[in-house]
Design a protein around this ligand. Sequence first.
Ligand code: NAD
Length: 498
Amino acid sequence: MDQTTRRLSLPESPREFGFWLDGSYRGGRALFERASPGHGVPVTLIPKCTPEDVNAAVAAARRAFEDRSWAGLSGSDRAGVLQRTADLLRQRAGELAYWETLENGKPIAQARGEINHAISCFEVGAGAARLLHGDSFNSLGDGLFGMVLREPVGVVGLITPWNFPFLILCERVPFILASGCTVVVKPSEMTSATTLILGEILAEAGLPKGIYNVVTGSGRTVGQAMTEHPDIDMLSFTGSTAVGRACVHASADSNLKKLGLELGGKNPIVVFADADLDDAADATAFGISFNTGQCCVSSSRLIVERGIADRFEEMVAEKMKKIRVGDPLDETTQVGAITTDAQNETILGYLEKGTAEGAKVLTGGTALDMGGGSYIAPTLFTGVTPDMSIAREEIFGPVLSSFRFDTVDEAVKLANDTAYGLAGSVWSRNIDTALTVARRVRAGRLWVNCMLAGGPEMPLGGFKQSGWGREAGTYGVEEYTQVKSVHVAFGKRNHWVE
Ligand code: NAD
């Protein structure tokens, strides 16, 4: 690192990866060159796997599941591997953050924070492996006893997006492994490096071969082959609602595999006049600008009490103007680059649409020229009406749309006026008001007087078209299990045939 500028350097040449199959790297495939979105410089070379590679990875995961080298261990032995993984992640945190930043474009300081979160996920997963248990029914009379067993669901397919490649991976993998399942992961083709490095780390931590496999490549070939695969028992998909829907069809048309889906969001932040407005303005600017708004739980709709709306919007705009947007490798950067060219085009398209539909830009509204890479200024639209596309559609960028309300009922109605239900935030010093809104907003995660808070102990997932199922914590482990009822009879049978 250059100590005078506190900026990490780019790699001298792109790093070539193999894919991770049955405990080791495999090569020999055509390669996809990934350029750093912050600089436009090639940083990694990633294999373009084939449907045959998916078959090989699923076969390895199936063998490893059936031989009970993992599912047959005690929870405490599985916890040992997960805890050792957490320790090794701590040792390699700098390296993981570096590759995450290079492929994704997020600021290096933020990437380090996400690796810390991933370490917590493995620690919570280790605890959950030991605590996973079933149930019993001692209420069936003296002649019968009931046991409810939780068993691993089997081979899990895991498809992840590019916005939080390592964090989303680690909000799932420790819990999948804690349950005793084996897994085949397909990361986004844009951001595969850290998912592959995790293979090395898990192996060093003592995970038997075949339990964790990674196939890289495009969604259309590798991803689709996984959604249709007859020997994947469960698919956990995180990404767009459109592809989530395709996963449902593929499951229906193949083996009816169990699905976990975490999809899009259009999340409200509701601000009442009696809130600490200084804190609320900071949280509002953070909630939409963090990770350049490429965050499924971004608070992208500001719903503010009419009496304070003009002043509050100004406070948020002032905060947004001060955000340090820039080179992801600079230690002081708060908001980095837009991760993909396609996403950059999408966001710029919404900036145009917002203005064309009659909303007013209070701050931002344009791309930023940093001499390379794709950057967009945090943007606040005011005068937004519920029919506008910037009000209804997930933009997945640093673009906030502001609405106004007069009553609690109206605030809740606006908050729920969306097909999505991933997250929400409410700001009020009145506990009745805050909890009424928290209870009535239909979403999987609510933040009261805070934003994006919490750890992997708490479940995450969506209502409505934001998805099915929950990840993380004990809820997350249970998601990867099947429940089996075992009935045990006592004494002599009462004969049916005399
Ligand atoms: P995406 O749906 O295009 O891609 C996600 C993953 O699916 C990638 O690995 C991709 O290669 C793969 N994929 C693409 N087409 C596929 C197909 N036909 N079959 C199987 N797999 C396929 O999404 P994205 O652009 O990577 O991510 C952005 C979207 O993800 C946003 O809509 C965002 O809200 C959502 N997201 C949701 C969460 C959440 O937790 N709810 C988290 C992150 C992102």
